[in-house]
Design a binder for this molecule. Structure first.
Ligand SMILES: [Zn+2]
Length: 272
């Protein structure tokens, strides 16, 4: 073997490294994440980017005709802001820019749409005895968002191709029907537990007593509101005893002190 061929080999080696580097740097990010290392395709492994989630959230709000109620008084608006602000300032790093929207509707409901969009119905405020109970429900909804439950469910049930078609302008009539079915579906039990756990942690970090979630559920039990058709949040969130127990069993750190949310709740409720 001559001296030249060593240099040629070395050059080949360098070129191979350069190609590998190029591949990793420029080509692999272009391959959708659904491709597994063994070359097979797993549609469940696909996740939407935050921008795509935001687009999907906006799209869903458009087709469900969800928009901030103009009928809601500034008092209600600012009360919601105080509650959400307490939670968001204690949330820590997040990919989302949360947007809370209040809908003037007696339904006891709150829901999370993709992209950090959380919809709150005035009925939820009306049924809650304290602002902390509302915070408990909202902390749970933030848990669903942070853990990508909604977007995962939509992608799992409709398939990524469909979601992409929606994002690039699908047939709104068809889309509405299918999406409605998906959004109104129930989360899995484990997703609910995850969201509860996240919510309870977030409440503690926000200096809100995590038992507020149990108080909310118990009050609904006491008033036997569970089977009312208007109770959409509850229909999708059965307030069974295990969830009440989990909230009551939650141990706060030593030295925890609740800071009351400063809202004149009675005055607020009478303005609804
Ligand atoms: Zn939930």
């Amino acid at each position: 073997m001559g001296r030249t061929s060593i240099w040629v080999d070395l050059l080949k080696l360098l070129v191979s490294f350069a190609l590998l580097w190029l591949g990793y740097t420029y080509i692999s990010p272009m391959i959708p994440t659904g491709w597994l290392p063994n070359g097979s395709w797993d549609p469940d492994a696909i996740t939407l980017s935050i921008e795509q989630e935001e687009d999907l959230g906006e799209f869903l709000m458009e087709i469900f005709e969800i928009q901030q109620s103009e009928k809601v008084s500034p008092k209600v608006d600012s009360a919601l802001w105080v509650i959400e602000n307490r939670l968001l300032t204690n949330l820590g790093p997040t990919d989302y820019e949360y947007k809370f929207m209040i809908i003037d509707d007696p339904m006891v409901n709150a829901m999370t749409l993709p992209g950090g969009n959380i919809i709150v119905y005035t009925g939820l405020l009306a049924v809650s005895d304290t602002p902390e109970e509302v915070a408990a429900v909202l902390a749970h909804e933030i848990g669903h968002a942070e853990q990508r439950h909604v977007v995962d469910k939509i992608v799992a049930e409709l398939g990524i191709t469909f979601v992409m078609a929606v994002l690039t302008g699908g047939d709104p009539g068809l889309v509405r029907e299918i999406t409605q079915a998906v959004v109104s579906n129930v989360f899995s039990r484990s997703q609910e537990q995850e969201a509860d756990q996240f919510g309870l942690d977030l409440l503690e970090r926000s200096h809100i007593d995590p038992h507020a979630l149990a108080a909310f559920f118990r009050k609904l039990n006491r008033e036997n509101l569970s089977y009312d058709a208007e109770m959409e949040w509850l229909m999708s969130h059965p307030h069974n005893n295990s969830r009440i127990k989990a909230s009551l069993a939650y141990k706060v750190e030593e030295g925890f002190q609740a800071e009351p949310i400063a809202i004149d709740w009675e005055a607020l409720k009478s303005s609804l």
